[in-house]
Design a protein around this ligand. Structure first.
Ligand code: DC
Length: 212
């Protein structure tokens, strides 16, 4: 079984993906990490992010070994990831890695922006996670502070809105809800409430109780 979770920045889809995978005993891929890994290599090398050819070259040399690097979580890397992920050729290079991951047994949960629309259009269950921008900014700020980073909530909100705009309005695989995805608004849910709601969606779709 493949579960596709998409949604905007800081919507909580990563945590949901991880928790759903643990619940079902599936493998989990936070696909944002892929774009962040490519972006970090470019930033570390002092590359010009507007140079698409360099971004494509970095994507071809993707090293999954750095996926666990905590530096990938920073706002700067996330912002750079949003820029380079808009390049169609960068996305193309990264498609097969994601599809291979999804295809391996016993099942997989992938979260990102285009999983239900482009990477796994035949996913068994698709969930589109949203939350109010103010709520997302609050959560992101608290997370950053917990990591010991200095975070200004108004600035985080501005960054989230800018990123949403870029991710939704790019021509290559823009962030959008697949027609057969179930919407999950977790603005008023805590993590446990969100996980319960997501499991209910998976169970309802699997049982055929919910036609999406
Ligand atoms: O989910 P995230 O914040 O880690 O993602 C970082 C950036 O990567 C995001 O702003 C857009 C890009 N991204 C993408 O284009 N497609 C995905 N499937 C996942 C992330």
């Amino acid at each position: 079984m493949i579960i596709a979770i998409d949604g905007p920045a800081a919507s909580g889809k990563g945590t949901l993906g991880k928790r759903l995978a643990a619940h079902y005993g599936f493998r989990h891929l936070d696909t944002g990490v892929i774009y962040r890994a490519v972006a970090k290599v470019l930033l570390d090398g002092g590359a010009d992010l507007t140079d698409e050819a360099q971004a494509v070259a970095a994507a071809r040399e993707l090293d999954p070994g750095i996926f666990g690097d905590p530096a990938l979580k920073s706002q700067t890397v996330g912002d750079a990831a949003s820029v380079i992920s808009a390049y169609a050729q960068v996305r193309e290079v990264l498609v097969s890695f994601q599809r291979q991951f999804a295809a391996e047994p016993p099942g997989a949960v992938l979260d990102g922006r285009d999983i239900g629309t482009v990477i796994c259009p035949d996913a068994d269950v698709k969930i589109f996670v949203v939350a109010d921008p103010e709520v997302r900014a609050r959560r992101r700020t608290l997370e950053a502070r917990a990591r010991g980073e200095d975070a200004d909530e108004a600035q985080v909100l501005a960054d989230i809105l800018k990123r949403d705009d870029r991710d939704k309005n790019r021509s290559a695989a823009p962030l959008k809800q697949a027609p057969d995805a179930v919407l999950l608004d977790n603005s008023n849910l805590d993590i446990e409430g969100g996980v319960r709601a997501a499991i209910e969606i998976v169970e309802a779709v699997r049982a055929g109780r919910r036609r999406v």
